[in-house]
Design a protein around this ligand. Structure first.
Ligand code: F0G
Length: 364
């Protein structure tokens, strides 16, 4: 008998730990099971004895971690009879909502800040056929409008204030423990609306507790390190920020919805929040690309900027095992990437053997 079982997404895989009934129609694009890649060159480069893994969530079906939450949120919305979903977004949630809506055969409305989302995310959302509503205002304004309109129109909110989003996203913590055999010492991730840090912490807590008939998989929980962009860092300021600004548009958020839950994650894990400038974030993005061959979007690189900073100060001690979540794929934001490499002049040559050979020999 064949032992072969096709992977069909995180709901089927972690069904016993998710609130989905046996007969519920699952809306999935085979999200999850993303690679946990061990960094080989950067630890050598910084000369520190640390084990760093990146959880490359940019390899989900729409290129970000949002798909984990969206498979759950859309599955439940359809199960409850919704014909339409809505979200406010800095780009990734809108792309993900659009894809899962079309998969389910329902309508998606997405509110995005006009001109402030990365090109790839806009292209995706258009291609999936969502109804895009651009607003003259930022994500925080969009989020407020979405909450207001959901009281007046038959649409299900699929932002991370929807508890099923958190349920889906917690599976990333399960995957890390399943793969490493235990929790890491530190978990580093970017924080915007704060749904993801909330979800990871929930996942780590659940895997280290006996719940229902399920035994704890481990006793260990990581320290949670949340990193923000300096211009959009309410957790560092310890108060909401009115006009958030950063090149990492995914986390250009001043009024995080999961405020209390993110603070609980910080407190319970004895972790911390820190912020990094756009320049530090971009340096980390390029460092990862050019030393490891892993291209994440700017917001995701905040986790690398933060981890490397905290390793250098000793806040994360040598000997530690660290997981950094790379929340989104670098190809989503081609403008920032190309701008980062404007000094890397591509050569243009005549299309003949001599010229190609010369171009190689001159540059070896
Ligand atoms: N990284 C990326 C690439 C994101 O798109 C987001 C959030 C975050 C990090 C922060 O995660 O909000 O759970 O703390 N993007 C949302 C969106 C806001 O609309 O796509 P968070």
């Amino acid at each position: 008998m064949s032992q072969h079982k096709r992977y069909t997404g995180l709901i089927e895989h972690y069904r016993e730990r998710l609130p989905v009934a046996r007969d519920t129609r699952v809306i999935s694009l085979c999200e999850g099971r993303t690679p946990l890649i061990r960094l080989e060159n950067i630890p050598r480069l910084i000369g520190k004895d640390v084990t760093i893994y990146v959880k490359f969530e940019g390899l989900n079906p729409t290129g970000s971690f949002k798909d984990r939450g969206m498979t759950m949120a859309v599955t439940k919305a359809v199960d409850q009879g919704s014909q339409a979903i809505i979200c406010a977004s800095t780009g990734n949630t809108s792309a993900s909502a659009a894809a899962y809506a079309v998969r389910a055969g329902i309508k998606a409305f997405v509110l995005i800040p006009d001109g402030k989302i990365a090109l790839g995310k806009l292209a995706q959302t258009l291609m999936y056929g969502a109804q895009i509503i651009q607003i003259n205002g930022n994500f925080d304004k969009g989020m407020q409008l979405v909450k207001d309109v959901a009281e007046h129109a038959p649409v299900a909110i699929v932002n991370s204030i929807n508890p099923f989003r958190i349920e889906g996203q917690k599976t990333a913590a399960f995957e890390i423990i399943d793969e490493l055999g235990d929790a890491p010492d530190y978990h580093c991730l970017p924080v915007g609306n704060a749904g993801n840090i909330t979800a990871y912490w929930k996942g780590y807590k659940e895997y280290s507790s006996d719940i229902g008939g399920l035994k704890a998989v481990t006793k260990k929980r990581p320290v949670m390190c949340g990193y923000q962009a300096a211009g959009a860092a309410p957790f560092v300021a310890r108060e909401m920020v009115d006009n958030p600004e950063t090149i990492a548009t995914a986390i250009r958020i001043g009024r995080p919805q999961s405020w209390d839950m993110a603070w609980a994650a910080q407190r319970e894990s004895e972790g911390w929040f820190e912020s990094f400038t756009d320049e530090q974030i971009l340096v980390a993005q390029k460092l990862l690309s050019q030393n490891e061959g892993i291209f994440c979007e700017p917001a995701s690189a905040a986790s690398i900027a933060g981890a490397l900073h905290d390793i250098s100060t000793g806040a994360i001690p040598e000997g530690s095992t660290i997981v950094c979540t790379l929340t989104g794929n670098g190809i989503k934001d081609p403008d920032v990437a190309i701008n980062q490499c404007k000094d890397a002049h591509p050569v243009t040559i005549d299309a003949d053997l001599y010229s190609v050979k010369k171009a190689i020999l001159d540059n070896l």
